[in-house]
Write a protein that binds this ligand. Structure first.
Ligand SMILES: NC(=O)c1ccc[n+]([C@@H]2O[C@H](COP(=O)([O-])OP(=O)(O)OC[C@H]3O[C@@H](n4cnc5c(N)ncnc54)[C@H](OP(=O)(O)O)[C@@H]3O)[C@@H](O)[C@H]2O)c1
Length: 176
């Protein structure tokens, strides 16, 4: 099925690290330290507009350098005084703004950067997942919904051995 608000020029890539049981966060943060994953997150996202929920944005506390952040909130009074922070109040509007910024900045993708509510809201618009599967079950309080193999085709997989914690795999899933 074609994604909603199809834009052939711009991929919408959800970048997310999830435990085997789908957990992506605990107490507002990510319950692991995966150095290679941080490097991969940076290389996948640098220069690209990122759509982020207000909760995740406030947990980070500031826009990540070299990226415009589109913060999604229902709160009409919420503001953040920074020239690379844009506020949106619904997902379709956030996608349109992010697509426009990507085209303006000459990049071919928009990043869906979480958290759980934002991955869920953005699902109809998402064309690719760059998923880090963390090979552990954890006690989380934010979860990624299961991705149906009927809708998502695995196109790449690379396992990282981690001497200091759980192994993890970088997995690319493209919409069928
Ligand atoms: N593992 C990963 O890759 C990864 C990545 C990112 C985040 N996380 C984790 O995910 C967790 C946070 O996820 P979360 O689901 O609690 O929060 P979130 O998705 O970051 O943000 C939720 C907020 O988005 C806004 N929102 C939700 N639905 C909306 C709608 N229909 N229209 C407008 N605004 C809407 C609301 O903001 P207002 O309340 O302001 O209205 C809501 O509180 C944390 O634990 C974080 O560490 C994990």
């Amino acid at each position: 099925m074609a994604p909603a608000n199809n834009n052939d020029r711009v991929e919408r890539i959800a970048v997310v690290a999830a435990a085997q049981n789908g957990a992506i966060g605990k107490d507002g943060w990510m319950p692991w330290h995966l150095p290679e994953d941080l490097k991969r997150f940076k290389s996948l996202t640098i220069g690209k507009p990122m759509i982020m929920g207000r909760v995740t944005f406030e947990a980070i506390g500031k826009p990540l350098p070299g990226r415009t952040t589109i913060v999604v909130t229902r709160d009409r009074d919420w503001t953040f005084d920074h020239d690379r922070v844009v506020v949106c109040h619904d997902m379709a509007d956030a996608i349109t703004k992010a697509d426009d910024i990507a085209i303006r900045d000459g990049v071919n993708a928009v990043i869906i950067a979480g958290g759980a509510q934002i991955y869920r809201l953005a699902l109809p618009f998402t064309t690719r997942y760059e998923l880090t599967e963390v090979h552990i079950d954890i006690d989380g309080d934010a979860f990624l919904d299961p991705l149906s193999p009927m809708e998502w085709r695995e196109t790449a997989r690379h396992r990282i051995q981690n001497p200091d914690g759980p192994d993890y795999s970088f997995v690319t899933l493209d919409r069928r």
